[in-house]
Design a protein around this ligand. Structure first.
Ligand SMILES: Cc1cc2nc3c(=O)[nH]c(=O)nc-3n(C[C@H](O)[C@H](O)[C@H](O)COP(=O)(O)O)c2cc1C
Length: 370
């Protein structure tokens, strides 16, 4: 039914407009108590066997919403209502900014993919922090806060750490976990921060900022990396994460690669600049995740994201080393029952697997002797 609706209505609309419309419906539904309760009961069922613990946080299940969908923390309850067991808001930048001008989100329907060059459009750390501070949660969900660098002339690359620190100071008190995003392709210079010599001082500064303002608890700190890193650089980030005692790594963000991805969409679309997400990203994201797990094992929690379309994909991420799994693009194509289907399918897979718990399955494919 959603697929028919998508074809008849959403595909005829500009993708960003369709996003805002769907977003408004989700927020609207979550504001009506009867509807919220009914939908949450139907779409966020609790499978006991899927209970998950990640960086000290207890969750009902491993599947959550990736960053970028709810940039300003306005629909957390709505997304929880749809069955996402954690919601990562952001990317939030130090200062408010409009993002890139013009058309900046493209659907590659035949490839089940998206290209975006949104450029961190968001209301900024001050407004988002105030919103989180005054929020009364209607549904229980874990809220991750993803932070990035403001893209204006006022924040130069060498001042990036200061901009992240500003966001961390303001947002850490309201974050169940904090993510340093150094991997979006749409902010010039951002991905250079993934190099160990830039990343080390940045992560240390954000850690200190979070400890300064989120008093009385240690906010888990994660870093989100790009699939376009060379394998040696993936290893370097993994080693650095261990060295700094980071809590997690999120792999991966969108890719700037296009070639060899089996794209079936119009060449003009494929040529749009920006980050590619969805099905064509699946193989590389999985590969990066496996590599990370082989390097860090259980010392650091891994979050698998990129091209996850169904329960089988989510299961493969868990076997490759992910404790948590996230998705974004497939939600656009699959609709409101998607998170429920993923959790249901995961529970079924776990039941017929040799593993007693989900935690036992994490990384099982990588640990297996070949
Ligand atoms: C329109 C759009 C906006 C995004 N914005 C952000 C963002 O602000 N911060 C971020 O860390 N990732 C962002 N992402 C990346 C997603 O969180 C995710 O890492 C990526 O899309 C791969 O997952 P998917 O294949 O399930 O979409 C965005 C993705 C899309 C499609």
């Amino acid at each position: 039914m959603y697929k028919l609706f998508f074809r008849l209505v959403f595909t005829r609309m500009d993708p960003e407009r369709a996003h805002h419309l769907a977003f408004r419906w989700i927020r609207g539904a979550a504001r009506v108590p009867v509807l919220r309760t009914f939908l949450a009961a139907a779409l966020a069922p609790r499978h006991k066997e899927l209970r998950t613990e990640a960086f000290g946080l207890r969750m009902h299940g491993p599947f959550g919403l990736a960053a970028g969908f709810d940039k300003n923390a306005v629909a957390i309850d709505g997304m929880a209502m749809l069955g996402f067991d954690h919601v990562e808001i952001g990317t939030v930048t130090g200062e408010a900014q409009p993002g890139n001008p013009g058309k900046r989100l493209f659907r590659l329907v035949n490839d089940r993919a998206l290209i975006n060059r949104m450029g961190f459009n968001n209301e900024g750390s001050l407004v988002v922090a105030a919103r989180l501070a005054s929020r009364t949660p209607l549904l229980r969900t874990v809220v991750g806060v993803n932070i990035g660098k403001t893209k204006t002339k006022t924040v130069r690359e060498e001042d990036a750490a200061g901009d992240y620190v500003k966001s961390a100071e303001r947002l850490a008190p309201y974050a169940d976990y904090l993510v340093v995003n150094v991997s979006s392709p749409n902010t010039p210079g951002l991905r250079n921060l993934q190099a160990a010599e830039s990343l080390r001082p940045l992560l240390s500064a954000v850690r200190e900022a979070a400890d300064r303002t989120a008093t009385g608890r240690r906010v888990p700190l994660l870093v989100k990396i790009a699939p376009d890193l060379a394998d040696e650089d993936v290893d370097a980030v993994a080693d650095l994460a261990v060295e700094l005692g980071l809590d997690g790594i999120i792999a991966t963000n969108t890719t700037i690669a296009r070639e060899g991805l089996g794209l079936a969409s119009a060449p003009a679309l494929v040529k749009e600049t920006g980050g590619l997400s969805g099905a064509p990203l699946k193989a590389r994201s999985l590969e990066v995740l496996r590599r990370l797990y082989a390097r860090v094992g259980d010392r650091i929690t891994l979050v698998g994201v990129g091209g996850v379309e169904d329960a089988e994909d989510a299961w493969q991420r868990i076997l490759a080393g992910a404790t948590l799994v996230q998705g974004y693009s497939a939600f656009v194509y699959q609709g409101p029952f998607w998170a429920r289907a993923v959790h249901k399918g995961l529970a079924a897979r776990l039941r017929t697997s040799p593993y007693a718990t989900l935690a036992d399955a994490v990384g099982a494919d990588v640990r297996k002797p070949v």
